[in-house]
Design a protein around this ligand. Structure first.
Ligand code: FES
Length: 189
């Protein structure tokens, strides 16, 4: 019976080779981690049409100027069309976070919890709420999705342009409301 021939043994790794393999493995891991982080931030966390993401509304579906604010429960905002433009007002009271309501007979928002009241553009009228209601960033877009006008972000306490209604420019096709970007309502005196 013929004897089996033993496979030649691989030479053992030198210390230098071992360290260079470890170094290459750690570089690959670091590179993979960086790529993952870039992808994580590059892709939107929220899909369109879910709270935290963008809500798109055709201009033809926006309530006329002066109409009652339109409730958008999925996006947690009230859509209001004022003479100066469009607002998307966050549905949470700035006092302790209750959901306030639109009361058509009084032409204002009223909070059932502690009685804070706000004008149709979210401006505080009375009650324990410390400030006006918050607004989401609204972008008025043309048919190609290019922005024609957008809510100015910034501090409404110090920047007179911040949070103002966005006019519906001619050529506007849609508005995009970003419920991930909120402009805080200013404190009242
Ligand atoms: S939570 Fe709205 S008035 Fe208190």
């Amino acid at each position: 019976m013929a004897e089996a021939t033993a496979a030649p043994a691989s030479p053992p790794l030198t210390r230098r080779e071992f360290l260079s393999y470890i170094w290459m493995a750690s570089m690959l891991l670091a590179g993979g981690g960086t790529t993952g982080a870039v992808l994580w931030f590059a892709y939107p966390r929220f899909r369109e049409g879910e709270f935290g993401g963008t809500f798109r509304i055709p201009v033809g579906a926006i309530p006329p100027v002066g109409a009652d604010p339109e409730d958008h429960p999925d996006g947690r905002f009230w859509l209001v069309n004022t003479e100066s433009g469009v607002l998307a007002i966050y549905k949470v009271c700035t006092h302790l976070g209750c959901l306030y309501k639109w009361v058509p007979s009084n032409d204002r928002f009223e909070c059932p919890c502690h009685g804070s009241k706000y004008q149709r553009d979210g401006t505080w009228i009375e009650g324990p709420a410390p400030r006006t209601l918050d607004r989401f960033i609204v972008s008025v877009e043309d048919a190609n999705g290019s922005s024609l006008a957008e809510t100015a972000s910034g501090d409404m306490n110090t920047d007179p342009a911040a949070g103002k209604p966005v006019p519906l420019e001619s050529g506007a096709a849609d508005i995009a409301i970003d419920t991930g970007k909120r402009v805080k309502g200013p404190l009242h005196g």
